[in-house]
Write a protein that binds this ligand. Sequence first.
Ligand SMILES: [Zn+2]
Ligand SMILES: [Zn+2]
Length: 194
Amino acid sequence: MKCFNHMERDAVAACQKCGKGLCKECAEKYTPCLCDACAAKAGRERRQQAQSREEQRRQKYKDALVDTRSEFIKIAMIGILVGIFFVWWEATHGSSDSGFLDYIGLFFGAFCIPFGWKFLTYLQSFVPVSLFGTFWFWIIYIAVKAFLSVFAGIPAFIYQLVKTIITQRKINRLEQKGEKTSEEKAVKEENEAF
Ligand SMILES: [Zn+2]
Ligand SMILES: [Zn+2]
């Protein structure tokens, strides 16, 4: 058998894909031993695979960001309901001298409670103890957690708001140029946490 590229030379090897004869010079060109056409094809396939892996990773990253955003919206909706409840309660049961600003303050404070609740739940995830208890234990537990949520609420809300704005920017950037960033991993880990 002669070399496919050099008709004058004897083949010392064969392409591992298509079996064409290759001389010593041609056989040493690629590892594994391939002819030019098969090496080019293999390179194309490798690039396509790398590209689709890249796209999958980008999509996963984007999904995680969108999750963070929807989680924020969900908590904000609960916050609005809690806020409305507190304002309603104050209006029907509270002191009659509450002014407009008092209601705004009350609404905002109550709106932030679910954010505080989520923050406390996040802190609890560091405590490797599962809680068991009676009905009354749970009532007290929820009451204490709700009480603490009031204090944790406003900072937790601000933190989540800033984080969501940054997340939204990242989503926009991804949609615009579909460019991957090295912060990818770090952000993903962040999203898995609080
Ligand atoms: Zn070949
Ligand atoms: Zn050759």
